[in-house]
Write a protein that binds this ligand. Structure first.
Ligand SMILES: [Fe+2]
Length: 378
């Protein structure tokens, strides 16, 4: 804890805020920010802000301010209120940077040879061991993929697993989906045909974040699972084709999903960037790509770039090929990891996958709660 000795010039009341000499140097803090974030503004039980700055009659302004020990003391003008703000809070926010986020971990790219190293956990250990859950969520944030083994052959097994990181997040076709051959398929997944590498549900405004696929039965010939790290491919694309990368990471294109009772549509960027400008994921699906409605002259550049990237993504360097076994559940970031399968013979045995989604932000929230002190924890 930093303890600052008060001197007459440590704090200066300016017109719109305070100039405070911190151990790190002089910093400036706006009066509205100081008043709104007074420690008394927060209810430590609910951990929410209980003070409502909109109810102040006058603009907040300090009558006097000083440092005492490890606190900044502010006597407010026009209000019978004193703020005692920890110097550590001021230091943490002096530069106006985003609050440190323990879930903002650097992503680690992986390639086609990654399958033996994919993080693996048993369902039972994730249900009972918080330390394992931490390792699991870390793997999901850093690599975006994991396999959970020893799943009971029940519907509940999948829900129990999802609930370790959050809630089942329905898509417009329901909370769960069953992938097996259908007589009247509404989706290529429900046939025995090959499925090209894709991300799921691009026609939703906010495509689902984390996908779970629980293999319940798999005795067919063919149907190998294909998984690739779209981020690894996009990072390489950025190096080898900067103009193509610029087009795919700045221009929205339309996706759709249409049948008798629905007509979903959304615009997405093929390559998604995060707040650091780093590749955070992809949205790609040849079977759900709508007619691209960009000016045809722009398509002279966009379409070739789109195809160059699509071809790169399918390069064997990026694609893991394996057969998910009955009792295994693959969990992956639907915004980062592209998935597909080779064709299979529907008459050669049974193949049944039960799947659902969870929210990526909720997964990060669960991770923070496991590893972080937070602002209110003792
Ligand atoms: Fe899919």
């Amino acid at each position: 804890m930093n303890v600052t000795v008060s001197t007459p010039d440590t704090v200066e009341c300016a017109e719109k805020g305070l100039k405070v000499v911190l151990p790190t140097g002089q910093s400036y803090f706006n009066y509205y920010w100081l008043r709104d974030n007074c420690p008394s503004s927060f209810n430590t039980t609910t951990r929410e802000r209980s003070f409502d700055i909109f109810h102040l009659e006058h603009a907040p302004r300090a009558k006097a301010a000083r440092i005492e020990g490890d606190r900044l003391i502010i006597d407010w003008a026009d209000e019978d209120h004193v703020t005692r703000m920890p110097i550590s809070w001021l230091e943490a926010h002096a530069e106006g940077k985003r609050r440190h986020d323990p879930a903002d971990l650097p992503r680690r790219p992986w390639y086609g040879d990654h399958y033996p190293d994919v993080a693996r956990f048993t369902q039972a250990e994730l249900l009972s061991d918080k330390a394992k859950v931490k390792v699991w969520l870390e793997a999901m944030i850093v690599e975006g993929i994991s396999v959970v083994t020893d799943m009971p052959d029940t519907d509940e097994a999948l829900t129990q697993l999802v609930n370790v990181m959050g809630q089942v997040r329905p898509s417009f076709f329901g909370a769960y989906f069953d992938v097996r051959t259908h007589i009247n398929p509404t989706n290529t997944a429900y046939t025995a045909a090959a499925l090209e590498l894709h991300t799921d549900v691009p026609a939703e405004e906010h495509a689902p974040g984390i996908q779970f696929l629980h293999m319940r039965a798999n005795t067919v010939q063919g149907g190998r699972n294909l998984f690739g790290d779209g981020m690894a491919a996009a990072n390489d694309f950025r190096e080898m084709d900067p103009e193509g990368f610029r087009l795919l990471s700045t221009i929205d294109i339309p996706f759709y999903c249409e049948h008798d009772t629905y007509d979903m549509r959304a615009y997405q960027r093929v390559i998604e960037l995060d707040q650091h400008g780093e590749v955070s994921g992809l949205t790609i699906s040849q079977h759900l790509l709508d007619l691209i409605d960009l000016p045809q002259s722009l398509l002279d550049d966009y379409y070739p770039a789109f195809c160059r990237f699509g071809k790169l993504l399918q390069d064997g360097r990026y694609v893991m090929r394996f057969t998910l076994q009955a009792g295994e559940c693959i969990v992956f970031d639907n915004h980062r990891v592209v998935h597909g399968r080779s064709a299979y013979s529907a008459t050669s045995g049974d193949r049944y996958l039960r799947g659902c989604y969870a929210d990526r932000a909720e997964m990060r929230s669960s991770y923070r709660a496991l590893v972080c002190e937070g602002r209110f924890k003792a």
